[in-house]
Design a protein around this ligand. Structure first.
Ligand code: NAD
Length: 343
């Protein structure tokens, strides 16, 4: 039997435990796997592009477990009442090849993306960061805000989105969170005085959500919305201005990240090297750091293994009969013969 966490179970799990405590604990799982990156099979995700979006497969394995995620990115979907990003995924046992867990991953991706942002900010943001600017108030936004509090202890958020309804929704969802929320009038207004800036907009274009003149000394930029060829958020000058541009898996990020705008030899630092102290991260308060996040398969692996450990044996998971597994492994056909026909 395969463990199954569908949307109802995932919703109940998050509502019961809380998004912030989950992201806080998931950060440790993501960080542990990133620190052990050498154990993992690493490939850039397999992307199928269309004029309106992308469908991707994201596989990886540490030799004991294997995971993949199916995920899409369609920035115009919300105008049709659909999510920009949806996903599901599987965790499997390498020794048998059998899947052990199948899960919805639209919500889980929001948690794991917040956890990954948190891991990067823990490593790179200035100590004592308390103020977040959030550009883009869509599906990822609340998870990013709560995750950043879990990571570095932010107390206030200035939020900007070109869609006033998204701002209304963010304010509504954050009511009672304890975070002080300020509705900004522009991106420049939002980022003024921020310690950490998270950009999580969706537009299938080389957008300029942030320009270099908006970046103050000491800020950490967490750029998550530029994650496809031809889809970026930062003015290129921000990358040249930054002291550290941290990335996930370089061959993937060179194609998909903000650094697709830069020459092939533009200097970057692997986040896992910073975590392992094999490369310097921030070395002074006044430095500007950027995490050019695109989302890497290892983070989904971490999220799935963390989910399985968290829900195993609870009613947040059920079993599904997904794998045909006859008692006689050679008699697969026998599964198709009814008792009646046998008689
Ligand atoms: P969404 O469509 O729900 O929200 C995006 C928001 O951005 C919308 O509210 C939209 O109005 C706003 N927006 C668009 N252009 C803007 C601009 N110029 N200024 C301000 N706001 C603007 O999407 P989502 O699910 O929240 O995802 C956000 C982005 O993050 C997407 O691009 C998605 O592909 C990306 N993403 C990245 C990762 C990762 O690991 N790096 C993971 C998940 C999602």
């Amino acid at each position: 039997m395969v463990q199954f966490v569908g949307v109802p179970q995932m919703r109940r799990w998050i509502a019961t435990v809380g998004a912030e405590p989950i992201v806080a604990a998931m950060m440790d799982a993501v960080e542990e796997d990133l620190r052990h990156w050498r154990r993992f099979d690493k490939t850039a995700r397999i992307a199928s592009h269309s004029p309106v979006g992308v469908i991707e497969l994201m596989p990886t394995s540490d030799g004991a477990q294997y995971a993949f995620k199916y995920v899409n990115g369609h920035p115009s979907n919300p105008s049709r009442g659909l999510q920009t990003v949806t996903a599901f995924g599987v965790l499997a046992d390498v020794s048998s090849g059998y899947p052990v867990l199948m899960a919805e991953m639209t919500l889980l991706t929001a948690l794991r993306t917040a956890a990954t942002s948190g891991v990067a900010a823990r490593a790179l943001a200035r100590p004592g960061s308390t103020h977040l600017a959030l550009i883009g108030a869509g599906s990822q936004a609340e998870f990013q805000a709560l995750g950043m509090r879990a990571a570095v202890g932010i107390e206030s958020v200035a939020v900007w989105d070109t869609d006033p309804a998204a701002l209304d929704k963010f304010e509504r969802n954050m009511r009672g969170s304890g975070l002080r929320v300020r509705r900004a009038s522009s991106a420049a207004d939002a980022v003024a005085g921020a310690d950490v800036i998270t950009t999580c907009t969706a537009d299938k274009t080389n957008a300029t959500v942030l320009t270099a003149d908006m970046i103050e000394p000491g800020v950490h930029v967490n750029a998550i919305g530029g994650d496809c060829p031809g889809k970026t958020e930062l003015e290129a000058a921000i990358l040249t201005q930054a002291d550290v541009v941290a990335i996930e898996f370089e061959p993937q990020t060179r194609i998909e990240g903000e650094i697709q705008q830069m020459p092939a030899n533009f200097p970057v630092t692997a986040l896992w090297d910073v975590l392992n102290r094999e490369a310097p991260g921030r070395t002074a308060d006044a430095q500007i750091t950027v995490f050019d996040s695109v989302g890497f398969a290892m983070e989904d692996f971490s999220a799935l293994r963390f989910l399985l450990a968290s829900v195993h044996g609870t009613d947040f998971v059920e079993e599904i009969d997904l794998i045909a597994d006859p008692a006689d492994p050679k008699d697969l056909f026998g599964l198709t013969v009814t008792e009646h026909a046998r008689a």
